[in-house]
Design a binder for this molecule. Structure first.
Ligand code: BGC
Length: 456
């Protein structure tokens, strides 16, 4: 029988992504711990044991990922563990990460290491955090320490996760520590992160010239609301500020922020690849009353999927839009460093995966150099300000932070089959999203296999 399969290039990396503070547990020496203690998280929750990776449960979770055919994993290093006090480095903490890298290698998985994923040591935070230009040099010193130790087992480095999310959530919207609402500080933080990235890039390349260094950039899709004339302009402003400014600065060394341009010549060309983190599409509706929301609104899905109220619309096809934009703009290899959705019942995750990967496949077939896909995330974890809000479960596996019990969701199996086959096949589509097969891939639902029962 003639059937289709969307094949991915040989050597494509398949995995999931995690971040230290969200999975390790017992991180009590960073800005997020202080934020939790101050009752700033959903229902005053605390990250607590999280997924207990610091206690060693990363081993069983890496086993799960490996058994499902993942050949890569992205995780982050917690700065406050490596350097708990200024200039005091903790060798035992370092050894923990050395073991994590080795554990991945033993399972045939490529590590992608993030050096900054939202959390700062308290001593950094209390000394002005990323508004203090000193943090740039201090970050570089931390990066050097880590890379010296881990370089033998690591090829792929991500300096900073989502600089514009970090800057805006912490300094403009006030949802993340330090909870500020200042455009001036937001700009300063963005600039300092860019400078820190450039330094980290050069430091890593100095230690290991073969290293491949990039960063993870969060991109949002934007749909102009009515009236189109006004909102197309508003869309442009938000796109330029949130999606474009940092990426362009990596190319040109000029960080063009609204009504403020900063020259950071040392940043030009400091990336070997660009990471795309993509989740939501928003409606842009210019409204003088809500400038602090950057004109962003929840958009009502037509071709998208409705997510929880507080987030945007889930529109997996946005991946193509952003791969295209990043590819055209930078010409660099692209990793999807995060892609996922909050879905506690796994009701829409299988459909999401099929649509998302169809979109990535399409981009690859347009010759965009996409090298890997990291699903967010492996196991349910501490979702920052949302804490353990039951609506914000992003994992292929569920994880109960009280009992540490893991539950495997159907998506884990679907994604595992895709990883193992290095392809998305018609057969998978029929078994996991039978109701959507014909609409997603016209003709698929009339093929004989349509009646096969779902695989357990
Ligand atoms: C962050 C993750 C977070 C995910 C889901 C991304 O912006 O990098 O840490 O858990 O979004 O909200």
């Amino acid at each position: 029988m003639v059937d289709f399969s969307l094949g991915f290039p040989a050597g494509f990396l398949w995995g999931a992504a995690t971040a230290a503070h969200q999975v390790e547990g017992n991180n009590t020496n960073n800005n997020w711990h202080a934020w939790e203690e101050a009752g700033r998280v959903f229902r005053q929750q605390r990250s607590g044991l999280a997924c207990d990776w610091w206690g060693g449960r990363y081993v069983e979770d890496f086993d799960r990922a490996a058994a499902l055919g993942h050949n890569a994993h992205r995780f982050s290093i917690e700065w406050s563990r490596i350097e708990p006090e200024r200039a005091r480095f903790d060798g035992a903490a370092m050894d923990h990460y050395v073991r994590m890298v080795a554990a991945l290698r033993e399972r045939g998985m490529e590590p992608l290491i993030t050096l900054h994923h939202f959390s700062n040591p308290l001593w950094i935070e209390n000394d002005g955090g990323w508004t203090n230009p000193e943090t740039i040099r201090r970050f570089e010193r931390f990066v050097r320490t880590v890379v010296e130790e881990l370089a033998p087992g690591v090829r792929l480095w991500c300096t900073i996760n989502e600089p514009m999310i970090y800057a805006t959530q912490g300094y403009l919207f006030g949802h993340f520590p330090p909870g500020r609402r200042s455009l001036r500080e937001t700009f300063t933080v963005a600039e300092n992160l860019l400078r820190a990235h450039a330094r980290a890039y050069n430091a890593i390349k100095e230690i290991d010239p073969a290293a491949q260094v990039g960063l993870a950039k969060h991109q949002i899709s934007l749909k102009p609301g009515f009236p189109a004339l006004v909102n197309r302009r508003a869309r442009r402003i938000v796109w330029d500020f949130f999606n474009a400014a940092f990426v362009d600065a990596l190319q040109t060394g000029t960080l063009a922020l609204p009504r403020r341009t900063v020259e950071v010549p040392e940043a030009a060309g400091t990336f070997d690849w660009i990471g795309l983190n993509y989740y939501y599409r928003f409606l842009i509706r210019f409204h003088l009353l809500y400038p602090q929301r950057l004109f962003l609104h929840q958009s009502r899905p037509r071709d998208g999927i409705q997510g929880p109220e507080s987030v945007g619309e889930i529109w997996p096809e946005g991946l193509f839009e952003h791969i295209k934009w990043l590819g055209d703009r930078t010409g660099k290899p692209i990793y999807i460093t995060e892609s996922g959705l909050p879905d506690p019942d796994d009701a829409i995750r299988p459909l999401f995966l099929v649509r998302a990967l169809r979109s990535v496949w399409q981009a690859i077939n347009f010759n965009y150099p996409v090298k890997g896909y990291f699903f967010w995330t492996l196991v349910d974890n501490f979702e920052w300000s949302e804490g353990y809000d039951p609506r914000f479960r992003f994992g292929l596996f569920g994880c109960d932070p009280e009992t540490q019990a893991r539950t495997r969701r159907p998506s884990a199996d679907l994604y595992g089959e895709i990883c193992a086959a290095n392809a998305l096949t018609a057969d998978m589509v029929r078994r996991y999203v039978p109701d959507h097969a014909g609409e997603l891939f016209p003709g698929v639902d009339v093929l004989p296999e349509v009646t096969l029962p779902p695989r357990a």
